[in-house]
Design a protein around this ligand. Structure first.
Ligand code: CMC
Length: 444
């Protein structure tokens, strides 16, 4: 019989008293200290800005080993999934925990496909936006607005409604994303075509018009599908944590995903792919790379190498490796081997990876470094890059939201703080207040 090990604990001594906290082990990755009873035991809270040391939940969806550069969806490596799978299968895997059988996959694809159409009244919703609105601004609005149209999938306590909401979200994201694009360029919306696969349908809605069919290049559709797989999930990142936090208050699923879209938009997260392409265009020529590197290293300059660095990866992001290869493949097929921006990106990467600043801080290219170049080759405008990230990440967001709702340990998310504001003080009537802090009021 295997020898039983005593449970692991961490002991904290504070003001002469000793407190013990259990250590929990997952299937992979570092152990975690369970501090949930810490405030009750010793009256202290923990302080961890940016949650750099905090596991916010238990999850069985995605595992990242940042030091080794490993990413697993439900135990399967991203490299194998990228090579052998497709986005629909990956979405099924994320949502259900196992790869589907042939029949399960057919049913899943059917369930997604029959929900691609958007309530027709939502078309008028788009008209309320300015034509020059950023498509992510439109997405934040219209994804949240789904809650106003699909009342039969808002009850989070009903597993059937949760399922329906999940299908709807994954199915309608490409439709809404393409509509946001069409609106911005003044073209009519293109309805989904349910005889096309997920990625081909998306490209068709983006690029066909009522006067001209768009023949989707299967290589483009395959590249798009790969991009969807690589972006489908990434553990407890900012947007997924936002979806979970919104969901913890029992908000409806569409509102939660809209919160995720908002969090993804920032340039430190999903907005980085757009920022990378802008950065490469600004650099403009290989001879300007040293200046860009110099600026990125200057602490007094907010400039950063976009597409470089990651909170978790302290090694090459495995998605970046696959993306770089796909980038070469797509450009080769298009006969654009010597793509100007790709050449700048490759040289920038090479120089940065030899620079002590980037080596010491373990800053490597992340998923966004090469994705923009593929998007550009596929004819996707820069402003749509983050929208496509959101579309793909919806599978992960929905999987996390469902996992959270079904978790018996789930409670409303409510972090505490280290308060540094004024202590309690007496109210001062307006005419007795000192004016030194109010620079807009003339002093006499
Ligand atoms: N260029 C220059 N310096 C950098 C960069 C960069 N891209 N990233 C980090 N650093 C430096 C940073 O200044 C700091 O230096 P020091 O220790 O001297 O103060 C050190 O490296 C650690 O950085 P950090 O900001 O503490 O790390 P973080 O984990 O808080 O931030 C990050 C991670 C991704 C926000 C950051 O690396 C970054 O801003 N990268 C550029 C934006 C980007 O590419 N984002 C996409 C992330 S991957 C896609 C996704 O998950 O959404």
């Amino acid at each position: 019989m295997a020898e039983a090990h005593p449970p692991k604990t961490v002991t904290v001594t504070y003001e002469g008293k000793t407190f013990e906290m259990p250590v929990l082990s997952g299937t992979c990755g570092p152990d975690v200290v369970d501090i949930s009873q810490f405030p009750k035991q010793c009256g202290l809270f923990t302080y961890d800005p940016g949650f750099v040391a905090t596991a916010s939940c238990e999850s069985g969806i995605t595992f990242i080993d940042g030091d080794e550069g490993i990413l697993l969806y439900r135990g399967y490596s991203i490299d194998e999934l990228a090579q052998h799978s497709d986005f629909m299968e990956v979405a099924y895997l994320l949502l259900n925990g196992e790869l589907p059988s042939v029949q399960q996959k057919q049913e899943f694809v059917h369930n997604i496909t029959i929900h691609t159409l958007l309530h027709d009244q939502m078309r008028t919703f788009f008209q309320g936006f300015r034509r020059d609105a950023h498509p992510m601004a439109i997405m934040v609005g219209v994804v949240g607005a789904l809650s106003a149209f699909y009342h039969d999938s808002l009850d989070i306590h009903d597993p059937k409604q949760r399922e329906l909401a999940s299908y709807r979200m994954i199915a309608k994201m490409p439709t809404m994303a393409a509509m946001a694009y069409k609106y911005s360029i003044g073209q009519p919306f293109v309805y989904p075509r349910n005889n096309l696969d997920y990625s081909t349908n998306f490209l068709n809605m983006m690029f066909s018009t009522p006067c001209e069919d768009y023949v989707v290049n299967p290589i483009f559709a395959k590249a798009m599908d790969l991009i969807f797989i690589l972006h489908a999930d990434h553990e407890q990142n900012a947007s997924t944590s936002t979806v979970r936090l919104a969901g913890s208050s029992q908000a409806n699923p569409f509102a939660c995903i809209a919160a995720g879209v908002a969090a993804l938009w920032g340039p430190a997260h999903g907005g980085a792919n757009e920022a990378v392409l802008n950065m490469l265009r600004d650099i403009g020529h290989k001879r300007n790379i040293p200046d860009a590197i110099k600026r990125a290293k200057n602490k007094n300059d907010p400039y950063r190498l976009m597409g470089f660095g990651h909170r978790v990866y302290k090694n090459y992001d495995p998605r970046a490796r696959i993306m770089a290869q796909a980038c070469h493949d797509v450009l080769n097929v298009l006969g654009k081997q010597g793509d100007h921006l790709l050449e700048i990106a490759m040289e920038l990467e090479e120089i940065a990876l030899q620079d002590p600043y980037f080596i010491e801080r373990k800053l490597y290219p992340n998923v966004d470094f090469y994705s923009g170049i593929i998007f550009q080759a596929l004819g996707i405008p820069t402003s749509m890059f983050t929208v496509i990230f959101a579309l793909a990440r919806t599978a992960g967001w929905v999987a996390h939201w469902k996992e959270m709702i079904a978790d018996p340990m789930q409670k409303i998310g409510r972090p505490r703080q280290l308060y540094k504001g004024p202590e309690k003080r007496d109210y001062v009537p307006i005419h007795h207040r000192a004016q030194k802090h109010n620079k807009h009021v003339a002093s006499f």
